[in-house]
Design a protein around this ligand. Structure first.
Ligand code: NAD
Ligand code: MG
Length: 386
């Protein structure tokens, strides 16, 4: 029986690489449903190639175009956010790859967890916004959450076979992004073109900007906390520019295990699909002749203030990470449309954190309200600054 995979966000960077994994193993995996937000052309092309049971386009205005283009095929066509939330619950679905970007991934992922569909989680914002709630939902339903983020997959791989052996520390590696060596003065004038050019990974625009500002690493600290049940003090960020070590775990006896490899997301995607097994792949191998030096540095939370803000949100807990996530989403899209400077993003996020009411024990409805309020406040601050 082939594993039937529902891909949320199939037209994105993770989504298209997931389809490459499926193509590599037609005997093991099948795309049951493909979904996109806006990119109807690539969704049509993917549907024609992979022949899923259904496709969903989140943007309802694109429905007629999609429907017409697939009229000659026996593929069900749906549109809208509710359809996205329902399709993941269908009986034949064996696994849901959450590869949408941002807060929008939260609700469909929660629905898939409720339907007890194992989650391959790329959409880290889901755990940033509502990690405690998601963990509880997964526990109650007995739904496994398998990491796709390369660092978390590395940690997960290091933990395989360790049973209840105690984790002393998680060493979360960071490439440092394109501005690792930039001074504060240089950071003040960087452009979106520079920020969109990541030295090691080719990814969607939002996570690429988050990587440049190191907000991504702050989010990954939160993600690690919820995925592996460790305290924030047990997670240490290590800047490792070569991006060969994808992360490490230090156990109670002092031993450190690491996972190494090429910077290629297809491996963590495939591992989430195949766990607990490993399956053969044709992806490029790491060549030690070309990586003679592995170096390590401390992260600089003064130059990269977003990382400090993420740590603060992590320590305060409650709805604070949700506030930071929403303000950050507003800022990233503002930066991409030249409405805020690179360093200006941290100012807006910090002000939003001060202005949105803090809730220590938020419910799902509180998160929805917090997200909306934080977006409104961040927009207001942006508009006033301009
Ligand atoms: P991307 O922008 O390339 O793709 C996003 C996908 O989500 C697209 O298919 C888009 O159509 C869909 N989408 C966006 N907004 C939507 C909405 N409102 N409703 C429905 N669908 C929507 O992003 P990406 O780089 O593939 O990243 C996806 C997620 O994976 C992010 O959460 C990111 O942090 C995480 N991630 C990505 C990488 C990577 O290498 N790209 C690595 C680790 C984690
Ligand atoms: Mg990562």
């Amino acid at each position: 029986m082939k594993k039937q995979i529902a891909i949320l966000g199939s037209t994105g960077s993770i989504g298209t690489q997931a389809l490459q994994v499926i193509e590599e193993h037609p005997d093991l995996y099948e795309a049951y449903v493909l979904t996109a937000n806006n990119r109807v052309d690539s969704l049509i092309a993917q549907a024609r190639k992979f022949m899923p049971e259904a496709v969903v386009i989140a943007n309802e205005s694109k429905y007629p175009e999609l429907k017409e283009a697939l009229a000659d095929l026996p593929i069900k066509v749906y549109a809208g956010e509710d359809a996205l939330c329902q399709i993941v619950q269908e009986n034949p679905v064996d696994m849901v790859l959450a590869a949408m970007v941002g807060y929008a991934g939260l609700r469909p992922t929660m629905n898939a967890i409720r339907a007890r569909k194992p989650i391959a989680l790329a959409n880290k914002e889901t755990l940033v916004v509502a990690g405690e709630l998601i963990n509880e939902l997964a526990r109650v339903n007995g739904t496994p959450i398998l990491p796709v983020d390369s660092e978390h997959s590395a940690i997960f791989q290091c933990l395989a076979g360790e049973g209840n052996n105690g984790i002393e520390k998680i060493l979360l590696t960071a490439s440092g992004g394109p501005f690792r060596t930039f001074t504060h003065e240089q950071l003040a004038t960087v452009t979106k073109e520079q920020a969109l050019h990541h030295p090691k990974w080719e990814m969607g625009a939002k996570i690429t900007i988050d990587s440049a500002s190191m907000m991504n690493k702050g989010f990954e600290v939160m993600e690690a906390r919820w995925l592996f049940g460790v305290r924030p003090e047990q997670i240490e960020v290590v800047v490792h520019p070569q991006a060969v070590i994808h992360s490490m775990v230090q156990f109670e006896d002092g031993a450190i295990k690491a996972q190494l490899g090429m910077p290629d997301m297809r491996l963590p995607i495939q591992y989430a699909f195949s766990f607990p097994e490993r399956v053969r792949s044709s992806f490029p191998r790491l060549d030690f002749d070309t990586c003679s030096a592995l170096t390590f540095e401390r992260p600089d939370t003064t130059r990269f203030r977003n990382l400090a803000l993420a740590y603060e949100a992590l320590h305060r807990g409650g709805n604070m990470p949700c506030i930071v996530n929403a303000a950050n989403e507003v800022c990233v899209y503002a930066f991409l449309t030249d409405r805020v400077s690179f360093l200006g993003m941290s100012d807006v996020i910090e002000k939003t954190m001060m202005r949105v009411p803090f809730l220590a024990k938020p419910t799902y409805e509180d998160y929805v309200q917090t997200d909306a309020e934080a977006r409104r406040v961040a927009e207001e601050i942006l508009t006033k600054n301009n």
